[in-house]
Design a protein around this ligand. Structure first.
Ligand SMILES: Cc1cc2nc3c(=O)[nH]c(=O)nc-3n(C[C@H](O)[C@H](O)[C@H](O)COP(=O)(O)OP(=O)(O)OC[C@H]3O[C@@H](n4cnc5c(N)ncnc54)[C@H](O)[C@@H]3O)c2cc1C
Length: 464
């Protein structure tokens, strides 16, 4: 009898590790699981305490995970926004970077094929994660050299050469980083591990389902590919590398789902390109007090349109960044605080958006309310609600994630993980990396990646 092709497609595929998410965290994880390790090269580290600790615990050319990374991490002063290992690895890869030094790393990547594990990286969009969804004209907050993934300096990549990125590092357009991450997958031979699709369920494997299970399967991972076809993986380990930007926050006001109400700067930019609204169409209403809203204002003004900006508080953008280093955000901050004025910007901290609605003759209207309860109706060409975003982990039971009430937040509400292994404390064989686990910035992702990969590799080899 002929085999049903559909049944063949749905047949589960076994992998040692399934990685959910193909942003910087998922790609770095794949690079390490493909059989790479970090070795100590014996160069001096400018931090004398760390330098001494490295020399006393590691031989030159030793794989660094042969030493206890958690105790090494105690040598570096911890900071908010990253895990101790995230901070340590950043110090090893970019010695003295925070002090403005540009020194070569004290660790190097080397190939260790015996450490490689079968794995798949599943991502909703093209490799690069959230960077593929940004308005490519906005600039990175970080220097380009802090955005690099293991093994490929940005200035040595084709993208970096084309954009004339220097080794010292400069702020670059986010599109440069998105292109670099895409190139990274090809250059590092990681294409074969990539799969496009959305993971819809990660469930513990029920042994009773399969009496022939000789692979010690722990997880069943299900999802759909781009064509809506279902897929199913069985694995020993799952790594959550989904980032915290998948679901734009919503205000929950009536009319928020109207097609002219946007929730990302990229969508707003595409709208403005398509529609090129005139003054008569009304301003673009931008809602939000953070950097995304700042990006929204900059986007509107770059198209020659007028921004009507409503936000909370009187601080402008100063609480987010040292603004002198970020002239574009400084310009928005000055408009918000009244230190500067401009005919294409009007801002207020005393109104809130109550409703978006269609008026007669296709007019787009918003109702704004003051704290005293007065309301006014304004005609707009579009609305951009830019009030942050959250992770979407609906494919796992929330109780297992060890979260406090509310959404995952890298600073205040990360996944409950072991800081030594990045394994979830309430879910064995499941790991969290990147912002989900408390490492907000790309430069800090590597610590969790190395910790998780090493723990998985050692567990498989029976070393733990
Ligand atoms: C506007 C903005 C500017 C930023 N600027 C900087 C900066 O200058 N420097 C810096 O270091 N950091 C910056 N960051 C933070 C940076 O984006 C993150 O640190 C980094 O992208 C995290 O990488 P990640 O791989 O963990 O997550 P992400 O980059 O978010 O990638 C995760 C991917 O997983 C996918 N995914 C999620 N759920 C599923 C699922 N169920 N199935 C399949 N795929 C799924 C998502 O769609 C996403 O593509 C910025 C963030 C934003 C929003």
């Amino acid at each position: 009898m002929k085999e049903n092709p559909l049944a063949k497609r749905l047949h589960p595929i076994y992998k040692d590790v399934v990685i959910v998410g193909n942003g910087p965290s998922g790609l770095s994880m794949s690079y390490v699981l493909a059989g790479r390790a970090l070795t100590y090269n014996g160069r001096s580290h400018p931090d004398a305490i760390l330098d001494a600790a490295l020399r006393s615990t590691l031989q030159k050319d030793a794989v660094i995970t042969e030493s206890d990374l958690s105790s090494l991490a105690q040598c570096v002063e911890s900071r908010g926004g990253s895990t101790p290992l995230g901070h340590l690895l950043d110090h090893l890869v970019r010695p003295g970077a925070d002090a403005g030094l540009r020194l070569p790393p004290v660790v190097d990547w080397s190939d260790h094929p015996t450490r490689s594990l079968s794995h798949v990286v599943i991502g909703k969009g093209p490799p690069g994660g959230t960077w593929k969804k940004m308005d490519g004209r906005t600039m990175t907050l970080s220097l380009s050299s802090w955005m690099e993934l293991p093994g490929l300096p940005l200035h040595e990549s084709e993208v970096g050469k084309k954009e004339r990125v220097t080794a010292e590092g400069v702020r670059v357009a986010t599109s440069t980083i998105a292109d670099y991450y895409q190139e990274y997958v090809h250059k590092m031979g990681l294409q074969k591990y990539q799969r496009r699709g959305i993971v819809t369920s990660v469930a513990e494997y029920d042994d009773a389902d399969d009496v022939e299970n000789d692979k010690k399967i722990n997880w069943v991972i299900e999802g759909r590919d781009l064509h809506g076809r279902k897929f199913r993986y069985l694995s020993k380990y799952v790594v959550l590398a989904c980032g915290t930007n998948d679901s734009p926050n919503r205000l929950g006001v009536p009319g928020e789902r109207l097609p002219w109400v946007h929730h990302s700067t990229k969508d707003l930019d595409e709208f403005l390109r398509r529609q090129n609204p005139s003054k008569e169409d009304g301003p673009v209403l931008v809602v939000g007090s953070g950097l995304s809203a700042g990006d929204g204002v900059l986007c509107v003004r770059s198209h020659g349109a007028t921004a009507f900006h409503i936000y909370r508080g009187k601080q402008g953008l100063s609480r987010w960044l040292p603004l002198t280093a970020y002239p574009e955000y400084l310009s928005v901050h000055e408009l918000m605080t009244g230190a500067a004025t401009c005919p294409t910007y009007r801002g207020t901290g005393s109104l809130r958006l109550a409703r978006c609605h269609n008026g007669a003759n296709g007019r787009r209207l918003v109702t704004l309310e003051s704290s005293e309860g007065n309301s006014e109706v304004l005609e707009v060409s579009a609305v951009a609600i830019l009030v942050g975003s959250a992770a979407d982990l609906s494919f796992l039971p929330r109780d297992d994630l060890g979260l406090q009430k509310g959404a995952v937040d890298p600073r205040s509400n990360p996944l409950d993980i072991s800081l030594t292994t990045h394994q979830l404390n309430r879910l064995a064989n499941c790991y969290g990396v990147g912002p989900l686990a408390g490492d907000m910035f790309v430069r800090h992702i590597l610590g969790g990646v190395v910790a998780a990969a090493t723990h998985i590799q050692k567990t498989i080899r029976g070393i733990n």
